[in-house]
Design a protein around this ligand. Structure first.
Ligand SMILES: [Zn+2]
Length: 119
């Protein structure tokens, strides 16, 4: 914080420290410093207390994106190819060979595991 040109007083209540350490774990220090810098730049009054940042917005910072958000299984699929034999949910095609044997195959056009699709 101080290296970023943010000289503020860190005197605060123990409960505030607990809060800050939670936010550090959740959003990470870089996001907090970036927020504090923006707040200081847009503030007309000098900010002397770190609690100002705590009350002013650190609590509302989004969690750091260390891992990609859980993917929606539906959106993970490529768009349905629209083939009449292709099942839109399972992305399989029921095909019938020359001997009349029906089989389910992955759709070559839109099954998520199919190769060659520009997903
Ligand atoms: Zn398909």
């Amino acid at each position: 914080m101080t290296e970023a040109g943010l000289v503020v007083s860190w005197s605060m209540k123990p409960s505030d420290w607990i809060e800050i350490s939670r936010i550090v774990q959740r959003t990470g220090v870089p996001a907090m410093v970036a927020f504090a810098r923006d707040t200081k730049a847009s503030s007309r009054q000098p900010i002397r207390y770190a609690t100002f940042f705590l009350r002013g917005g650190w609590k509302g910072l989004p969690p750091a994106s260390t891992a990609p958000p859980p993917r929606d299984p539906k959106s993970a699929k490529p768009p349905h190819c629209g083939h009449p034999d292709c099942d839109e949910v399972s992305r399989t095609r029921e095909t019938e060979d020359e001997r009349g044997i029906r089989s389910l195959d992955r759709c070559p056009d839109c099954h998520p595991a199919s190769k060659g699709h520009a997903a």
